[in-house]
Design a protein around this ligand. Structure first.
Ligand code: GLC
Length: 459
């Protein structure tokens, strides 16, 4: 492990510690996975959105409600995890077609979900759960053949001394004590090392970059890169790019060249459990989000917020299972595909693609709007498909060439009201004539380089 920052050069803006081919190989499973489950679980699930009778916030409730440290700590006895069933969570993830699970090992309230040697503010020593909640989930998730990741808020901690210094002004005298650098050196960094050694996560999901200078980021960077298979996101700060960029609650307008992409989104409006947030997105919206994000060459990290007892709300379970049913039929158009051949979405839906082992391209047409006249156009593709089929049921689909492009003739009605998929086999790599080049990820750390270009999700 590298010593603390002293004497080390600051990190350059673009940090590579390995050749690009090596990074690509490390990221192969991640790029192919396309669908992950995010779990925000912690003491904030006890107040469940309410402080002093007022709706306040979910996982930010301590900060937004200016809850004194002692009062917030007192919630932990009711964080019982009494109905926590990690095997059932892993089964749900598998049934939903999810390929990796990322759980909040520590959120901004500083509470860790396992027994830490570096802070007693943890599930074993300070909560009603009185046990390690991470290890059994890691084991259950891996037993299903899925990858396991941990979220860790490295620069924002409202309970452990010194941890809140980088961000918001303190609201409790206790938070005025301690130093941020000491917090990083004595709690955050050793806890990340502890997390890596105990649970061997496949992903380390940093969050919030407040006050993370290159000097402060360096030992964290050295730590994660000393684990050769570990993948980490773009939110460490200090100029570290990470292996994949994140786009929070926004689906980008198009794919970008450069780093891998993960779009993380809530299933209702909150990350952590809020008893008053019943605004669940429809299964159709979620399936279309997965289709859309995959067409932008990204992964979808969809969040659930379990209760303090460890129950994933039933409407969240229902929706995950609906996505799983869709993926059973249409997964071929999602897993191990690459983004669209088109730089912009098409009026009737989205596309993804896969190189065929025998050469050429399989193009997947994700039809969202089934055409009244039974025809959809692949503009500016001047190549007939040698065959086509509907993924639902396998009916043959034919194409014809027109001056505008390839026209696909569909049966009378959509096999799936959410997204129906047609697979077209082309003998040569598919090219879109006169397509403008894709934008390139400029390497702005943190969230996506240009999220402003994508409209918020309205449905
Ligand atoms: C934000 C929030 C946090 C949430 C995260 C999920 O950074 O601070 O509460 O965990 O987004 O991506």
């Amino acid at each position: 492990m590298a010593p603390p920052a002293a004497g080390l050069p600051a990190l350059p803006a673009v940090v590579r510690h390995e050749p690009p081919e090596q990074q690509d190989a490390r990221l192969q499973w991640f790029r192919e996975a396309r669908f992950g489950l995010f779990i925000h679980w912690g003491v904030y699930a006890v107040p469940a959105g309410f402080w002093q009778g007022k709706p306040t916030s979910a996982e930010w409730i301590m900060n937004r409600g200016k809850i004194p440290v002692a009062d917030y700590r007192a919630f932990a006895k009711d964080f019982t995890a009494a109905k926590y069933d990690p095997t059932a969570w892993a089964q749900l993830a598998a049934d939903a077609g999810i390929k990796y699970v990322v759980i909040t090992a520590k959120h901004h309230d500083g509470f860790v979900l396992y027994d830490s040697a570096f802070s007693d503010w943890n599930a074993v020593k300070a909560s009603g759960a009185k046990r390690d909640l991470i290890a059994p989930l890691a084991a259950a998730v891996r037993a299903k053949g899925l990858k396991f990741g941990t979220y860790y808020s490295q620069s924002q901690d409202w309970v452990n001394l010194g941890g809140g210094k980088g961000n918001t002004p303190p609201w409790d005298d206790e938070q005025k004590l301690g130093s941020f650098d000491e917090y990083l050196a004595k709690i955050a960094l050793p806890q990340v090392r502890e997390l890596l050694e105990k649970f061997h996560p496949d992903i380390l999901w940093w969050d919030t970059e407040y006050a993370m200078t290159p000097e402060r980021a360096r030992p964290f960077f050295d730590l994660v890169t000393s684990h050769p298979a570990l993948i980490h996101n773009s939110r460490l700060g200090g100029g570290v790019l990470g292996d994949f960029r994140t786009s929070e609650q926004r689906i980008p307008a198009s794919a970008m060249l450069g780093r891998a992409l993960e779009v993380n989104m809530t299933i209702n409006n909150s990350w952590g459990y809020r008893s008053d947030d019943l605004n669940w997105k429809s299964a159709q919206q979620l399936i279309r989000n997965l289709s859309d994000i995959t067409s932008k060459d990204g992964n979808y990290l969809l969040n659930v917020g379990p209760t303090a007892e460890g129950v994933i709300p039933a409407p969240e379970v229902e929706r995950l299972l609906a996505i799983g049913r869709w993926l059973k039929v249409n997964g071929e158009a999602i897993y191990a595909t690459r983004g669209s051949v088109y730089p912009k979405p098409l009026p009737w839906g989205r596309t993804t693609q896969k190189a065929r082992p025998s050469g050429g391209t399989t193009l997947y047409l994700h039809v969202w709007e089934w055409p009244a006249d039974g025809k959809i156009l692949l503009p500016d593709i001047k190549q007939p498909a040698h065959s086509g089929r509907l993924l639902a049921g396998g009916a043959a689909i034919s194409t014809t060439m027109t001056p505008e492009g390839t026209v696909v003739t569909l049966p009378g009605s959509a096999p799936d009201p959410d997204v129906s998929v047609v697979a077209l086999e082309f003998d040569h790599p598919v090219e879109v004539l006169n397509a403008p080049p894709l934008p390139t990820d400029t390497g702005a750390s943190g969230t996506l380089a240009d999220p402003s270009k994508s409209p918020p999700i309205t449905k």
